[in-house]
Design a protein around this ligand. Structure first.
Ligand code: HEC
Ligand code: HEC
Length: 152
């Protein structure tokens, strides 16, 4: 059993249905961390479709009420990498309203048990603050096992 268990776990973990896993691709350019992870977490590219990333990267001067524009070289590098690693199947390919992960129908469905006031807690701040509740968000792991909602 000792040897079988890790194997079984790894098999189970490879089923996206059982564990929502979107690991950060290993070829992440440094520019992504530098330019896209200072105001919020570095969102794994697998959370949005190619078209959604294209739309988001094409409107950085008007980025959710802030100016997130960057130099052309970084922009091209990041855009190409995001699109290469974008969601290609299942619910995640949906064209995201307002280019927001948090406005997609799968996101709303998966979070429909969370009351409105919970999103506003100081420890949460915003639905976009994935890591407030998903303790392994930085590793792209969103499964139920690693969810802990701040009490206030
Ligand atoms: C100057 C700060 C800043 C920088 C730099 C920045 N963002 Fe954002 N971003 C924001 C803010 C503010 C929001 C809205 C957060 C919220 O609703 O709580 C946001 C939201 C987002 C969202 C949508 C989150 C949701 O609601 O689903 C994505 C995707 C995103 N940013 C990607 C990027 C990418 C890619 C880059 C790099 C090119 C980047 N951001 C750089 C400030 C920034
Ligand atoms: C207020 C806390 C909170 C925040 C913030 C939050 N989530 Fe969640 N999330 C949850 C809870 C609770 C669930 C439901 C867990 C369950 O029952 O599977 C969930 C479920 C999910 C699931 C489905 C997991 C599965 O195994 O089916 C995904 C994917 C997910 N969240 C992604 C995100 C992303 C991406 C963000 C940020 C853009 C985010 N969440 C922000 C609390 C949160």
């Amino acid at each position: 059993m000792k040897r079988v268990l890790p194997f079984l776990i790894s098999v189970l973990m490879s089923f996206p249905v059982l564990s929502a896993k979107m690991p950060m691709p290993t070829d992440m350019p440094k520019s992504y961390d530098a330019e896209c992870a200072s105001c919020h977490m570095a969102y794994p590219p697998g959370l949005l479709s190619e078209q959604s990333w294209q739309n988001l990267m094409g409107s950085l001067t008007k980025h959710f009420g802030t100016d997130a524009s960057i130099d052309e070289k970084d922009k091209i590098e990041i855009t190409n990498w995001l699109k290469k690693n974008a969601a290609t199947r299942g619910k995640y390919v949906e064209l995201a309203p307002e280019n927001r992960i948090t406005k997609t129908s799968w996101f709303i469905r998966k979070h429909d048990e969370i009351r409105a006031d919970v999103w506003k807690r100081a420890g949460v701040k915003s639905p976009a603050n994935c890591g407030a509740c998903h303790t392994s968000a930085a590793e792209g792991i969103f499964s139920e096992k690693y969810v802990s909602i701040p009490k206030k």
